[in-house]
Structures are given as structure tokens and as C-alpha cells.
Write a protein that binds this ligand. Structure first.
Ligand SMILES: *Cc1c(COP(=O)(O)O)cnc(C)c1O
Length: 391
């Protein structure tokens, strides 16, 4: 049996791992001020000062790692502008994202095309606009890119463990270790500039060791590249940096210890970048919606919000649990919660403990919801897209 001190020591250690740096969320009084001006439809309220601070904190934690924001997490132009002002660069998956960024003055040569599957038409467009860096994870994609842009700078996305990530991506993308040599050989044969390695540990990754393993694998691939005369000069450690919701997370400072150590003796001529998405934008915003109505069904209490799976709160369907705030303080009961549409998929949660006295027209406030919410929303069933209000 453990002694009290042993338990306390263990707890202290866990605190060190998970709470080395306070996370700052949007000030809830700003939500109240916004609501006083009236409410028409669900909205995301963003405080760009927090986006700014997260960018600075990311850079301070990993001085050698240049962030390229994954535009998909929140492509609002005002968010993108804030990040541009902070000296952040970008990674894209589509030409619409490319146009958006170029429209804001970002040079194409600094934009990384990190989607491992690109259509020929998109590649031609990106190449014509001046994009230089392209990812690949298969022989076919290598040939496709080289055929369109023979002088492209290429980076290989390798498979890496996604243990402890809320959204494991391994399997969908990433060259399996056994297939790497074939791609390297084909790059040599095509005289392609295979110049880097990337990986993605999975989104909302709570296990810092995944980055260590990814970097170790990348370094082995560099060796393999050099051995056949290629000139590796990019390490892209991808995204996945987690944000606070219900579960404990390692802070960026804790992750940085692992990353900084793993890249400490990397040759100077290797440029190191990362692709944070969620990390830079999530804490900066609150999502606000409203109760449309309540009902009792077979003894269970149901509540319907004016935003659901199609209105921006889709990550719950993959198991993300948000903190949910209301303005009521009664005793709590388990609620089933659904969105406003008539699709059976549009159910957000079951057994969610919330005040029993919640009712029609009450506001629902979800903190740290700046990533992967409004970016996903659709007009399905005729419901409006949420507003994005930027402070
Ligand atoms: C989505 C994505 C990211 C960002 O992931 P987060 O988990 O939001 O940090 C980075 N790189 C690529 C290639 C992506 O597809």
C-alpha cells in the first residue's frame, strides 16, 4: 500500500507534467457584453490577443521550430491576419486556402502544401502560383508532383505512433517504414529534390513521447536519404499540440522539452518547422448557442440547442468532451443533448451533467472552442452558419 507521502509525491509529479504553465481562456465577461447587444444565432467569440499570445508561447517554447499554422483549424481571415502579424507561416490542404493566404499577402514560397493527396488540377494551380514545398507519402504522389513541377521541394510524410491522441490519423496518411526505401529510390531515379521528412502525431495528442519517436524515425530517414545522395534540409514535426478541455494535457513547455532535446544535435542546415492548428486558436474563443427546447422522452431529459453536429459542434462525435457553462446553478441531472436539425446523427451528448432547471432560451457557453468548430459548420436543413465575432 502506498503511503500518504508517496501519493502526494506522485500527484506533485503529475502536476509538473500537466500544469507547468497556466492556460488563458477568453474572459467570460466578454461573452456577457456581447450577449447584451442581442442574440440572433450561434456565434464564436474570438479574442485575437489570446491567438497572439499562443503564437508567442509556441515560439518561446521551441525557438528552433518555426510554426506553420494549419489553416483548416480556423480559417477566419482576421485570425490569419493576427498570425501573420506574429510572424507565423502556414500549411494548406487546398487551393482555396492558398488563395485566402495569398490574398492576405503571404508569399506562396512560404506556404507548405501538406496534404498528402493532391489532385493534378490543384497541383498545377499551386505550382503556377509559386508554391515550392509539397508533401507526399506514396510513389504515385511523388510521380504526380514531379510530372507537374520537376523542381518541387518535397517532404516525405512518414507513419508515426498516435498513441494517446484523441484523433489518431495514423493509417490514413504516412508512409509505412517498410515502404520508405522504395520512395527514396524512385526520387533518386526521377532526380527529384526529396528534401525533408514530416509526420503527424494525431490531433490533441496528450503523449509527448510521440514527437520523440517521430523525430527519431525522421533522422533515420535523413540518413537513408544522404546515403543515396539526396540533400535533406527540412524536418517538419507536424501538428497535434493539445489544448485544455476536460482531460489533463501536457503543456507546450513539457512537449518542447522532448522536442528540443530530440533536435538539439540536428545539423544547422536542417530547417525545423511545425504545423500547429488547434493549439494556436482553440483557447482564444467561446462558442455560444441557445436552448431551443426541452423534452422528457421515456423518463429521460432531452435538450435541443440551436447548434449541433452540423452547426459547429462536430468534434464531440469523435469523443471530444467540452466544458459546458450555463447561467443556471440548480442541482445537476444527466441530459441528452441534440442539435436543431432532424437528422438522427445530430445528437451531441448523452448523460451530460447540467443544471436541471435549464430551459428554452437559456444560453450555452463552450470555452476553448476556437478550433474545428465554425470551420466545419454547414447550412444543413436550412439552419444558419454561426457568426464569427472577432474582438
Ligand atoms: C490538420 C493538420 C495539422 C494541424 O493539426 P492540429 O492537431 O490541429 O495541430 C497539421 N498538419 C497537417 C498536415 C494537418 O492535416
Amino acid at each position: 500500500m502506498k503511503t500518504q507521502t508517496a501519493i502526494l509525491q506522485q500527484q506533485a509529479q503529475t502536476d509538473v507534467i500537466f500544469d507547468t504553465h497556466p492556460e488563458i481562456s477568453l474572459d467570460l465577461s466578454l461573452v456577457e457584453t456581447t450577449l447584451k447587444k442581442g442574440y440572433q444565432k450561434p456565434f464564436l467569440l474570438i479574442d485575437t490577443r489570446i491567438v497572439r499570445n499562443k503564437a508567442r508561447r509556441f515560439k518561446a517554447a521551441m525557438p528552433r521550430v518555426h510554426p506553420h499554422y494549419a489553416a483548416k483549424a480556423n480559417p477566419d481571415p482576421r485570425v490569419l491576419k493576427t498570425l501573420i502579424e506574429e510572424g507565423v507561416s502556414f500549411e494548406i490542404a487546398s487551393i482555396a486556402e492558398l488563395d485566402l493566404l495569398m490574398g492576405l499577402g503571404v508569399p506562396a514560397a512560404e506556404i507548405f502544401y501538406s496534404n498528402p493527396m493532391k489532385s493534378r488540377a490543384y497541383l498545377e494551380y499551386a505550382a503556377a502560383k509559386g508554391v515550392e514545398w509539397y508533401v507526399l507519402d506514396s510513389v504515385e504522389e511523388l510521380r504526380k508532383i514531379v510530372c507537374i513541377k520537376p523542381d518541387a521541394k518535397l517532404y516525405l510524410r512518414i507513419d508515426t505512433p498516435n498513441i494517446g491522441s484523441d484523433w489518431p490519423l495514423a493509417g490514413k496518411f504516412g508512409t509505412h517504414l517498410g515502404d520508405i526505401s522504395e520512395i527514396i529510390e524512385e526520387a533518386v531515379r526521377l532526380q527529384a529534390d526529396l528534401a525533408g521528412v514530416t509526420f503527424h502525431v494525431g490531433s490533441q495528442c496528450r503523449n509527448p513521447q510521440n514527437w520523440r519517436v517521430g523525430i527519431e524515425r525522421a533522422r533515420k530517414v535523413f540518413d537513408e536519404m544522404r546515403a543515396v545522395g539526396l540533400r535533406p534540409r527540412l524536418l517538419n514535426i507536424g501538428g497535434g499540440y493539445p489544448v485544455r478541455h476536460i482531460k489533463p494535457i501536457p503543456s507546450i513547455e513539457v512537449i518542447s522539452e522532448v522536442v528540443n532535446e530530440a533536435i538539439a544535435d540536428l545539423p544547422e542546415d536542417i530547417r525545423v518547422i511545425a504545423e500547429p492548428g488547434r493549439y494556436l486558436v482553440s483557447d482564444s474563443a467561446c462558442f455560444v448557442c441557445r436552448v431551443v427546447g426541452t423534452a422528457t422522452r421515456n423518463g429521460k431529459r432531452w435538450m435541443y440547442w440551436d447548434a449541433g453536429i452540423f452547426g459547429g459542434i462536430i468534434e464531440v462525435s469523435e469523443g471530444l468532451r467540452y466544458e459546458i457553462l450555463t447561467q443556471r446553478h440548480g442541482p445537476e441531472i444527466p441530459w441528452s443533448i441534440a442539435g436543431p436539425t432532424c437528422d438522427s446523427v445530430d445528437v451531441l451528448m448523452h448523460e451530460e451533467m447540467l443544471p436541471e432547471n435549464l430551459q428554452e432560451d437559456d444560453f450555452i457557453i463552450i470555452p476553448n472552442a476556437g478550433a474545428y468548430t465554425t470551420a466545419y459548420a454547414s447550412n444543413f436543413n436550412g439552419f444558419p452558419l454561426p457568426d464569427v465575432i472577432v474582438l
